[in-house]
Design a protein around this ligand. Structure first.
Ligand SMILES: *[C@@H]1O[C@H](CO)[C@@H](O)[C@H](O)[C@H]1NC(C)=O
Ligand SMILES: *[C@@H]1O[C@H](CO)[C@@H](O)[C@H](O)[C@H]1NC(C)=O
Ligand SMILES: *[C@@H]1O[C@H](CO)[C@@H](O)[C@H](O)[C@H]1NC(C)=O
Ligand SMILES: *[C@@H]1O[C@H](CO)[C@@H](O)[C@H](O)[C@H]1NC(C)=O
Length: 418
């Protein structure tokens, strides 16, 4: 039903990348990072939804269902992405409210990522049509009225895990009372609390080691992998749900970019956006955990499958290679008909500083390598560093969350759905 509508619109965009899809995407993408921070809403796909649009005409007169979901989206992960994917499936257009820094501080403690960084992440998701900045933590009567009248929202969506205000009341009580509430299933296996825990644990492991990189680190074998334990169970269906399910069209210029994409952040979104603009199809190579460990001296915070989902959720990405080789080979370039290989200027790891061989020597010799200026300098390390710097505050915040998480898992029962 609704779901088909969505698919159909996206199909249109991907089937005619040169005619309208490409144009609209580019226009929407270009407008993304510069113009929306001050404003309230972000019409990211400006022409897609307008009444006069080519796409709209073909549809019947049925009203578009607009759904709203909010969140802090601090340390955004594929669990958030999956929640928004499910929310989108309950309607035609998804409007996302990003809670303000002040409200997060008041309700949960200091956020790790700034409003701008959280916005970049949310806007970069392929299921998000519009963003409302500085949303309140609690859906008040006044804000709900604004959602219904100003933003033409039909339903307010939230996961099946309880969202309580500091006084213990349900943050969605009003929406439920108004009969405009719909629930989705919580995504298992990951939470921001869990990620902070992993970062703090990885700090313990490398405590006292120098910052120079591989040389002084413990060998991968001696690293306790147990701290990287995740409850995520990668299923093939989840990957399919996140995929576009389309290869490059005829004559498409395929752009390739690779990396770890650990703790998927605003810097990743921006570089993927720029990479996508260099061609018609963006193929992203994701290094497996062992490859990352071998070259960086430490395991990534997020597992290969978790990192793959985060990248796949990004609207600029067409396809990923789950476990890409470290070196870009002639065979790969031929197999995928890669027309350019790109790499950002800001990177977690610089092979030329450790005297390793250049993984891009093949594309360089073919003249298809391009160094892309990274638009912002945030890295996985700098995100981790913020958490480590505010160690005490996050430990406290985490201990509090830890309790409620434990309770949730203890009482957990099977819930059907996606
Ligand atoms: C780290 O690298 C710097 C500069 O390359 C060097 O001076 C320093 O001694 C290194 N630190 C350790 C602990 O090896
Ligand atoms: C391979 O990519 C080039 C662009 O780099 C394109 O012109 C060509 O049509 C592609 N080949 C196929 C078989 O799609
Ligand atoms: C890696 O380091 C070299 C030497 O300092 C520098 O010229 C180069 O731009 C760096 N590359 C990246 C991708 O940061
Ligand atoms: C959270 O709980 C886990 C296991 O129950 C424990 O190992 C960890 O230290 C706790 N974290 C904090 C910050 O209390």
């Amino acid at each position: 039903m609704e779901y088909e509508t969505n698919n159909w619109i996206w199909d249109g965009m991907y089937n005619h990348p040169h005619v309208f899809g490409g144009l609209m995407l580019t226009a929407a993408l270009l407008g993304l990072s510069t113009s929306y921070f001050g404003g309230i809403t972000v019409p990211q796909l400006p022409y897609l939804w307008s009444d006069s649009g080519i796409f709209h005409k073909k549809k019947c007169d049925r009203k578009h269902i607009r759904v709203y979901m909010d969140g802090c989206f601090d340390l955004m992960h594929y669990g958030h992405a999956n929640a928004l994917r499910q929310a989108k499936a309950l309607g035609d257009e998804l409007v996302v409210g990003v809670v303000s820094d002040e409200e997060i501080i008041a309700n949960k403690g200091p956020p790790v990522l700034s409003m701008e960084e959280r916005l970049a992440l949310v806007s970069g998701l392929k299921w998000v049509d519009q963003v409302i900045t500085n949303a309140p933590y609690e859906i008040t009567e006044q804000f709900m009225g604004k959602l219904f009248s100003e933003h033409k929202i039909d339903y307010i969506i939230h996961g099946d895990d309880p969202c309580l205000l500091p006084d213990g009341t349900d943050a969605y009580a009003l929406a439920k009372k108004a009969g405009r509430y719909k629930q989705i299933k919580r995504t298992e296996g990951v939470s921001s609390t869990d990620i902070v825990g992993r970062i703090l644990a990885s700090l313990k492991e490398t405590d006292g080691k120098d910052q120079n990189g591989t040389s002084l680190q413990k060998s991968p074998e001696s690293q306790p992998k147990s701290t990287h334990l995740s409850q995520f169970l990668p299923t093939s269906r989840r990957i399919v749900q996140f995929s576009n399910g389309k290869g490059p069209g005829p004559n498409a210029r395929v752009v390739y970019i690779d990396g770890a994409f650990d703790l998927f952040h605003a810097g990743h979104v921006e570089i993927l956006k720029n990479a996508r603009q260099l061609g018609d199809f963006l193929l992203v190579g994701i290094h497996n955990d062992e490859t990352v460990s071998e070259h960086r001296g430490k395991y990534p915070i997020m597992h290969l499958h978790e990192r793959s989902l985060s990248v796949l959720g990004c609207r600029y990405v067409d396809e990923v290679i789950i476990g890409a080789p470290w070196e870009v080979t002639v065979d790969m370039i031929t197999t995928f008909n890669i027309s350019s290989v790109v790499h950002g200027t800001v990177s977690e790891y610089n092979f030329s500083l450790t005297g390793e061989s250049d993984p891009y020597s093949v594309p360089k010799s073919m003249g298809i390598f391009k160094l892309l200026e990274s638009p912002i300098s945030i890295t996985t390390t700098s995100v981790s560093q913020r958490i480590i710097t505010n160690h005490d505050a996050y430990m406290k915040r985490n201990a509090k969350k830890n309790e409620s998480e434990k309770k949730y898992y203890a009482q957990k029962t099977y819930v059907s759905g996606d």
